[in-house]
Ligand binder design. Structure first.
Ligand code: ADP
Ligand code: MG
Length: 484
């Protein structure tokens, strides 16, 4: 599959690098004890440090550091035993300190990898350049008053991990897969809840285009895109816009842009600022961050099994396709559900039921798997009834629908509705005889060589048994009887 985009002057390659801001799961902020809960009344979770009062001193939150270390290890990065906090100076109304405490030349994590799982089952590794810790800013509210802006400092000082990728993605699909995998890893680690609607995960999309093999083109950076779909839309739009500009004889300006979710377009926000604009210098209020190697080693030993490892295990032990395995491990809750269903059962059958019927039902009812109307144990019970021949796979779908609606166990529904599969030779033969008696002309045609009519007889007999005949037995008996 080619990722190239056709333009007037031939094919273009898109080059993408993502900067992800992931809010650290922590009850307190990066340098203060103020709370971080989402949705609190404005300005109720603000300490003097977060409000930038003179003379206040930041104190590093050990737990936030631990979360960053775990994330660095989870993406196979190098955790640096020494890192430095810098002041990134800029003026903005919702930044009361007049600077953001961030990390610049010595981040807490260098390097790393995120493996993309593509739809066709292939995988590709994307390099992570760095992960650093920094403070979030406050929030300006422009829609509360006709002529004034309000400021909410609840978010001011909340710990963020900025995770910067290498410019190694080549399509919107790859960018989407990158965010999904990174989010999955963060959630497995419990270091960021990955909730993009609430702003816990935000993405800056750096995009440029070039002719294949040429040097990188000038990039634009579309800021704070907050859903996977929007990221993909913004990249598609930006790539096509840039191609048009260049082919029209223009030049791409290095600038910061904004995504408009209603139109699916991007527009200029400001010309790109450079590192020197920020006058970075080490924060004199904070010592370099020195990590005990034993602490790092202990955290490494305590890491949970992560999505890639779990996926590999599913492929090896359960013989699932890489694609199905990837789908099942993406969320821990789904993986846990699946493992409960698969235990002691045919793992492929279990995977099919989870990824098709169950996912379908959850989609229709808008429920998360944690609130599934059919529990893992109940779904396992249904699969057992298929495996032991009590019901056919076809009837099982009907039973499943009833389970979704009523929350009852499969066995109870089968009894109630009399859906037990008929495996009694006499009963099936009787149905066949009736169908043949009613369709003597077709029996004659079949015997004269029109084999295709077998399907007709299977259908009619199945109908006569209310869909309950054991399909394999029905086929055998029907062929014998039709042969005469
Ligand atoms: P800054 O901090 O000014 O935004 P960086 O050098 O840290 O600049 O790069 C930011 C992001 O831009 C990284 O994710 C990087 O991969 C990406 N990037 C750099 N050059 C290009 C390019 N030519 N096209 C697309 N993305 C790029
Ligand atoms: Mg940037």
């Amino acid at each position: 599959m080619s990722n190239l985009i056709k333009g007037e002057t031939g094919e273009w390659e898109v080059v993408i690098g993502l900067e992800i801001h992931a809010q650290v799961v922590s009850n307190a902020k990066l340098f203060s004890g103020a709370a971080t809960a989402f949705g609190a009344e404005p300005n109720t979770q603000v300490s003097f440090v977060d409000a930038g009062f003179p003379g206040m001193l930041p104190v590093i939150n050990r737990f936030c550091v631990e979360q960053a270390i775990k994330t660095g290890l989870g993406i196979e990065g190098k955790v640096n035993e020494t890192s430095v906090f810098d002041r990134k100076n800029y003026f903005y109304a919702d930044l009361p300190q007049g600077y953001q405490i961030s990390q610049y030349q010595q981040p807490i994590v260098s390097g790393g990898t995120v493996q993309l799982d593509m739809k066709d089952g292939s995988t590709r590794k994307i390099g992570v350049t760095r992960l650093h810790l920094e403070q979030d800013a406050g929030k300006s509210l422009h829609d509360q008053h006709p002529s004034q802006s309000y400021i909410d400092l609840n978010r001011s000082g909340v710990a963020l991990m900025e995770i910067v990728s290498e410019p190694e993605m080549r399509s919107a699909e790859e960018a989407g897969a990158y965010i999904k995998k990174l989010r999955s890893i963060l959630r497995y680690l419990g270091t960021c809840d990955g909730n993009m609607e609430e702003g816990s995960l935000r993405c800056d999309c750096n995009v440029s285009v070039r002719k294949p093999g040429a040097a990188f083109g000038t990039r634009t950076e579309t800021k704070n895109v907050n859903s996977v779909r929007y990221v993909m839309q913004a990249i598609e739009y930006e790539a096509r816009r840039q191609i048009e500009v260049i082919e029209g004889g223009g030049e791409i300006k290095q600038e910061t842009r904004l995504f408009d979710p209603n139109k699916g377009t991007t527009r200029p926000m400001r010309s790109k600022e450079h590192a020197h604009d920020y006058r970075y210098f080490p924060d004199p209020d904070l010592l370099p961050l020195e990590l005990d190697p034993k602490w790092i080693a202990d955290l490494k030993n305590g890491l949970p099994e992560l999505p890639d490892a779990r996926k590999a295990r599913y492929v090896a032990d359960y013989k699932l396709t890489p694609y199905d395995a990837g789908v099942l491990v993406a969320e821990q809750e789904t993986a846990q559900f699946y493992e409960t269903v698969a235990k002691g059962r045919d793992p492929k059958l279990a995977a099919n039921w989870v990824t098709t019927e169950l996912f379908g039902a959850l989609n229709r009812t808008g429920k998360a798997i944690q609130d599934s109307p059919v529990t893992a144990r109940a779904l396992g019970g249904l699969i057992d009834l298929i495996s032991d021949g009590t019901i056919s796979g076809r009837i099982a779908k009907e039973v499943f629908e009833a389970m979704v609606e009523t929350g009852k166990e499969a066995a109870a529904i089968v009894e109630e509705k009399g859906l037990r599969q008929v495996s009694d030779t006499g009963a099936i033969e009787k149905a066949i005889d009736e169908v043949m008696a009613k369709n003597q002309d077709k029996v004659a045609e079949y015997r004269a060589g029109k084999d295709k009519l077998l399907g007709f007889f299977v259908g009619q007999t199945m109908k006569a048994t209310g869909g309950k005949a054991n399909p394999a037995m029905l086929n055998d008996l029907l062929k014998k009887k039709l042969a005469g």
